[in-house]
Design a protein around this ligand. Sequence first.
Ligand code: AMP
Length: 249
Amino acid sequence: MRLILLGPPGSGKGTQAQRLVQRYGIIQLSTGEMLRAAVAAQTPVGIRAQGIMASGGLVPDDIVIGLISDRLDQPDAAKGFILDGFPRTVPQAEALDELLKKKRMRLDAVIELRVNESALLQRVEARAAETRARGEEVRTDDTPEVLTKRLASYRAMTEPLIHYYSERRKLLTVDGMMTIEHVTREINRILSAIGAVGAAAPSKAALGKKAPSRAPKKAARKSVASSRTRVAARSRKAAKKFTKRRAKA
Ligand code: AMP
């Protein structure tokens, strides 16, 4: 399974990516994490990226494309991956298309987590407080000032990808304002609707646990269905289109 998670900072991409990793045993490729590691190690890439990241800007495309290209060549990427925080610009998306073509890999879907901007500041503040409570160092870009800049970058540079992937019939939108659990359930439901979950076996960790139920029980299904937003309805429609296209192929 090969996925992209798309959404503004604080939309829950990282959390949902980790849950997908646990469930399907595929890897999470977060350019933000890779860059933070490069900054910590003070590699040449880290030194170039440091100031840009601290101010909430976007690191040049060539740097992140290089990081992803190298990472996709490693053996653990063959089983499948979730891209979190990449691509963030149209040139990055075009470069990814090229990379995947060269590596004979096919993207299954792009999942957009749609959230209200007003909730993001609160979420990012909560993330900083939790990090502090664990005794870990808070990200230098998790401040209200930098978040405003990161959101502006998202709107200007990353939001066009919604159109990019929608045109290529890859986009599935999930209401990211639901609880973490609901968002996970909705993503899993969509993935099984488009037939993507057969592509990777569940991880050993997931097999050791009681298998999470894919479909909510009848009563729950009713209440979930009634509370589903138009966004979720759109993703159901898109999932159907996906399945039809696959059947034709
Ligand atoms: P994230 O952890 O995804 O929020 O990323 C943290 C920061 O790393 C961003 O604000 C950017 O400065 C930089 N970054 C991460 N991914 C990318 C990317 N694909 N393109 C450009 N800059 C990126």
